[in-house]
Design a protein around this ligand. Structure first.
Ligand SMILES: [Zn+2]
Length: 218
């Protein structure tokens, strides 16, 4: 009997000590903060500005967007859902371009700063590519070099957001030389994506893809 009382007293004592030491310190006042530096480093903000001028009024550029704000696991099974959610919990997109009106994410952009890839960075890229592919979000990889090539950025983006001003972008059918028109795919894998099609449809069925999903020509 005495033994049980001693154990109980010890237990209560332990509880009180832990409670006072650790839990009480948890009060909000004891966590203070200091301001960090700029949201983007010099390289990133240079790219951000180039991206903004490439997009213009056609979209909204956001940076360092948490992946979990953009995609969610498609698993219905609880365990799988949590595993999938956990994978993306700490990762962010470098840049996303959203529709100016609906703020739907149209395209994700990964900036390659030219620094050699570490193991962690390779894993991150694998995750980005996989997540974007399964969620059907176009992912553009681009390097710092393009920062000074707004035109090139525009071409990369044009497949995914409405940057093309039809009167300025004139193409001719490679089969029958008729002018081509821009249409948006209403179904299939590329639903919502823009493409060029011959104006003589259905007599000529030539179409041309505007998709440049991953830029390899760096
Ligand atoms: Zn044609």
């Amino acid at each position: 009997m005495e033994f049980i009382v001693v154990v109980l007293v010890l237990f209560v004592a332990c509880y009180l000590i832990i409670h006072n030491r650790f839990l009480k310190q948890d009060s909000l006042k004891e966590s203070t903060y200091k301001k960090k530096g700029p949201l983007l480093n010099t390289q990133e903000s240079t790219f951000y500005n180039a991206l903004r001028s490439a997009v213009g009024d056609h979209g909204i550029v956001m940076s360092k967007v948490l992946m979990s704000a953009v995609v969610t696991p498609s698993a219905t099974d609880k365990k799988r859902w949590f595993i999938a959610q956990n994978r993306i919990a700490k990762t962010h997109f470098d840049f996303v371009v959203c529709d100016a009106r609906t703020l739907q994410v149209r395209v994700a952009i990964e900036l390659d700063s030219g620094v050699e890839l570490t193991k962690g960075k390779i894993e991150r890229q694998k995750l980005l590519i996989h997540a974007c592919k399964s969620a059907n979000i176009p992912l553009i990889g681009t390097s710092m070099k393009h920062t000074y090539q707004v035109g090139k950025l525009r071409r990369l983006l044009a497949a995914h957001i409405d940057l093309i001003e039809p009167e300025k972008e004139i193409r001719f059918c490679k089969r029958c030389s008729s002018p081509m028109v821009i249409k948006t795919a209403s179904q299939g894998e590329f639903k919502g994506h823009r493409f060029f099609t011959c104006s003589r449809q259905p007599h000529c069925t030539y179409t041309e893809n505007y998709n440049v999903v991953f830029d390899e020509t760096t």
